[in-house]
Ligand binder design. Structure first.
Ligand SMILES: Nc1nc2c(c(=O)[nH]1)N[C@H]1C(S)=C(S)[C@@H](COP(=O)(O)OP(=O)(O)OC[C@H]3O[C@@H](n4cnc5c(=O)[nH]c(N)nc54)[C@H](O)[C@@H]3O)O[C@H]1N2
Ligand SMILES: Nc1nc2c(c(=O)[nH]1)N[C@H]1C(S)=C(S)[C@@H](COP(=O)(O)OP(=O)(O)OC[C@H]3O[C@@H](n4cnc5c(=O)[nH]c(N)nc54)[C@H](O)[C@@H]3O)O[C@H]1N2
Ligand SMILES: [Mo]
Length: 779
């Protein structure tokens, strides 16, 4: 497809009429102008479905319709009129499809039939559901050990589907649960429990109405959680101070026009969001956080010396925390020179941010992937917690720590047992409820699963949603390993790269989406999800299924389980799936935190899963909230190549992870192209490069493997020195498998040392072609 490729400065505010226009275009493109619009009215409503987009909460799921451009796109992509049928697969071989761009693959529409790969014709052919289940069962039962299979989850699955999935896999005999969380907020799941005893955020939506200051580190709400813009918009309007730290001047962090605000819309007005946006260097957040803490301590010292009120919350620190002395030592021993050097920011700016923080009675600290996807992601998160604890900003109205989760139910998946790490409570809960003891040994996370594939130890890969082959780091190498698997099974709604990077045998199992009516033996069902703020609520689709052959995710999991485990299973699979209330009752028995589950989800708005830290109860080994010291300032391993740049990889405004809504990125002024690299003028001049020129990016790595992506177009952009940016997943081949945070094993997607050189390639290429080329190469 030919597209007009332009780069221009986007000077309007985020949101506003541009967002309404984009929504209309997205609905029209998917052929759902009328029913799509109607569908939107049921999104996040008491009787409707939960938005399949992001995990930001809704005002109690009880409010009137809240507009969200990217939520609308997520719905349009699911409620599309396009269909990917057996005729489509008959017309296109897998080799042919492998050369398609990711955008075109998903534009084929909703999958309609279960399909099986046929080697003789290199095509996917229809298969009956029972035959598909039997094929999976045959492979799983033939394994030497259950650990030779990996069971991936992407965070869109419901609590009910995810619970059945982990139950099946554990009864089958393994804890191999690589999941998207391993590439996302694992640093939160690992870091926060050490600090505050829970691996989740501590704020609720109403806290945003009471905060005096809100700090946003490495998160792009205007694109990735647009409903958050309503809360930021309101906060800014009532005078709360918002401060952002991001290498990019993200438009929505600067100015936003709320489509819900009639006056702003009529007058083409907008609201300033951030009072300040400091362009921190990629990997410079820990220096900022330590700098802010250092400024706090210095101000506290001065207050103490002059008998003024203290800056640190001494009472809270004494009664609730552990480890302050070591933290103070570390901060006092860290020089401002080093902080400025590492953060790329001036001391004045960091002190200004600290002053705003000190002036705020209540502050919320928000963060996203800019903090977690680094070599020291876990410790980054912990420095965030330290900053909150110094002023008692946890467990108080209007204050707290707010990791913004990714997929709409990634947090719920974890809560109901999708984790490669077992606990006694989990194993006991399953045994109590179902009468079998699941294995205790920890299983594979994403990197563990990849490692097993590369070694040839893994034989079967099953994915409950997602697009593993494109989301993982180093995918050129990973895809080559995936092709050696015996069987790959993808439970999906849309065609994607992972269906084309298949094992010797392969299945595509099409499932219902969240917008669709789900009828089981005992009638229509609703599912439940947990948002970023631990609110659990029900979701029920309204649209007729995209095809009569679709099954729900719980029904598919039960089908696989029944076929694999046979009559020896201790779980009444059909009985559970006939009525999801029974699945929820089982969840409640395994996880007592879901007390009165079925009752409480029937209350509009659902319920909040208790958070101990919010109550200032610290479930840590010390029984207190812990200050955890991060020695030094290097978030990422030192490299001494003066030509190197730190590459960060992020999302455009028009994508949902590996799903592309278009090739444009409106707020960053990029249209019709994704094979671009953002660099500042000084870095261009240093390399004698000019905007629009094509470059190759070469990964700097110590393992001797060449990683390169070719023919990307240079875009001059306001960025700190020493950094560059490119889109995910096109840039993933540059992320080495060995580049991850050792504590959480989150890949370092946001800090990849690269060299940028004038393209050696012949003629212009494009990222999509590079993708297909790499895919074809790996075949
Ligand atoms: N529409 C839409 N919504 C989504 C998604 C989507 O793809 N599309 N994805 C969902 C998922 S799974 C997730 S996890 C979230 C992701 O949401 P975000 O966390 O917002 O994800 P990113 O766009 O990857 O990066 C966030 C920001 O980090 C900045 N950044 C990069 N490197 C650094 C750094 O070193 N320091 C700092 N301070 N900032 C840095 C980038 O410039 C960017 O603004 O959104 C969820 N919601
Ligand atoms: N370089 C780089 N890489 C990254 C990141 C980054 O910032 N930079 N971010 C990482 C992060 S935060 C994440 S979460 C991962 C995301 O990794 P994944 O979750 O694996 O990827 P998605 O692109 O969200 O998956 C999209 C596919 O999910 C399927 N799908 C959609 N809806 C449903 C549904 O309701 N049910 C089922 N069964 N399937 C459905 C569709 O077939 C669609 O093609 O990527 C990670 N990779
Ligand atoms: Mo994510």
């Amino acid at each position: 497809m030919s597209r007009k490729k332009t780069v221009r400065i986007y000077s309007e505010p985020a949101g506003g009429w541009g967002a309404l226009k984009a929504t209309g275009e997205a609905l029209a493109l998917q052929g759902v102008p009328i029913s799509g619009a109607k569908t939107l009215l049921h999104m996040n409503q008491p009787e409707g479905f939960d938005c399949p987009g992001c995990a930001w909460p809704d005002p109690k799921h009880t409010s009137s319709f809240e507009f969200c451009e990217n939520g609308a796109k997520a719905v349009a992509w699911e409620a599309t009129a396009k269909r990917c049928t057996p005729e489509f697969f008959a017309a296109h071989s897998v080799t042919e499809l492998s050369a398609w761009d990711d955008y075109d693959l998903e534009m084929a529409g909703r999958l309609t039939h279960p399909m099986v790969y046929d080697e003789a014709t290199d095509r996917y052919l229809p298969i009956a559901w029972d035959d598909a289940f039997a094929l999976i069962a045959k492979h799983l039962r033939a394994l030497g050990h259950p650990d030779q299979a990996d069971f991936y989850t992407s965070g869109r699955a419901s609590n009910e589907a995810a619970f059945l999935y982990q139950l099946f896999v554990r009864e089958f005999g393994t804890n191999n649960f690589p999941d998207c969380s391993n590439m996302c907020h694992e640093a939160t799941s690992v870091g926060l429990p050490q600090s505050i005893g829970v691996g989740k955020g501590t704020v609720l939506l109403e806290d945003f109405e009471q905060a005096d200051a809100i700090f946003i580190f490495g998160q792009n709400p205007g694109t990735n959680s647009p409903r958050m813009m309503s809360d930021l918009h309101a906060a800014s309007r009532r005078g709360a101070m918002i401060g952002s730290f991001n290498p990019f001047r993200e438009r929505a962090l600067e100015r936003f026009a709320a489509p819900q605000d009639p006056l702003e819309m009529a007058t083409l007005g907008s609201t300033r969001i951030s009072a300040f946006l400091y362009q921190v260097r990629v990997g410079g957040d820990v220096a900022v956080l330590k700098g802010m803490m250092k400024a706090l301590v210095e101000a506290d010292d001065a207050a103490l010396a002059t008998n003024r009120p203290r800056v640190l919350d001494i009472e809270f620190i004494e009664n609730h925390t552990h480890g302050i002395a070591a933290l103070l030592d570390d901060l006092r021993g860290t020089s401002w020179d080093a902080i400025e050097h590492q953060s790329g920011l001036a001391r004045d700016d960091i002190e200004n941010a600290a002053q705003v923080y000190m002036n705020a009675k209540n502050a919320i600290l928000v963060y996203g992937m800019g903090l977690t996807q680094h070599h020291r992601g876990t410790e980054n998160v912990q420095q965030m917690a330290n900053l909150a604890l110094l002023r008692g900003n946890i467990g108080r109205p209007g204050a707290g720590i707010c990791p913004v989760r990714g997929h709409s139910n990634v947090q719920g998946n974890r809560t109901v047992g999708i984790t490669e790490k077992t606990t006694d409570a989990l194993l006991d809960g399953i045994e109590r409820t179902f009468g079998f003891r699941a294995p205790a040994a920890h299983g594979h996370d994403v990197l563990g699963a990849i490692d097993a594939m590369m070694r040839g130890d893994a034989k079967v890969f099953v994915a409950l949603g997602g697009n593993f082959a494109a989301a993982v780091p180093d995918w050129v190498r990973v895809q080559a390993a995936m092709r050696k698997l015996e069987l790959t099974v993808q439970i999906s709604t849309k065609l994607n790269r992972s269906h084309l990077v298949h094992g010797r045998e392969a299945l595509i199992l099409p499932c219902l989406g969240r917008t669709e009516i789900d009828v089981q033996a005992e009638g229509p069902q609703s599912i439940t999800v947990e948002d970023s703020m631990s609110m659990v609520h029900a979701s029920a689709g309204r649209n007729p299924p995209a095809s009569a052959h679709l099954r729900s995710e719980p029904a598919i999991v039960a089908g696989i389980a029944r076929a694999t485990l046979g009559d020896t299973s201790r779980v009444p699979w059909e009985h559970l799936v006939a009525n999801y209330d029974r699945i929820r009752d089982a969840i409640e028995r395994v996880f007592p935190i879901f007390r009165a589950y079925n009752e409480r989800i029937r209350v509009p708005g659902g319920f909040h899963l208790a958070s101990t830290a919010r109550e200032r109860v610290w479930a840590t080994p010390t029984g207190r909230a812990n200050f955890i010291v991060f020695k030094g300032l290097d978030e990422d391993p030192y490299h001494d190549d003066p030509d190197a740049l730190w590459l960060t990889t992020m999302r455009s405004h028009d994508q949902y992870n590996t799903t592309l809504y278009s090739h444009s990125d409106r707020y960053r002024g990029i249209f019709g192209q994704r094979d671009v690299v953002f660099m500042n003028r000084r870095e261009l001049q240093k390399r004698n490069l000019h905007p629009g020129e094509r470059v190759d990016m070469v990964g700097l790595s110590t393992d001797g493997i060449e990683r390169v992506i070719r023919s990307f177009k240079v875009v001059e952009y306001s960025l700190p020195d020493g950094c560059c940016g490119a889109y995910y997943p096109e840039a993933n081949p540059l992320v080495p498998l060995h580049a991850f945070d050792p504590q959480s094993r989150t890949p370092s997607y946001k800090s990849v040392p690269v060299k940028v050189v004038r393209a050696a390639a012949v003629g212009p290429g494009c990222a999509a072609r590079a993708t297909a080329r790499a895919g074809a190469l790996a075949r």
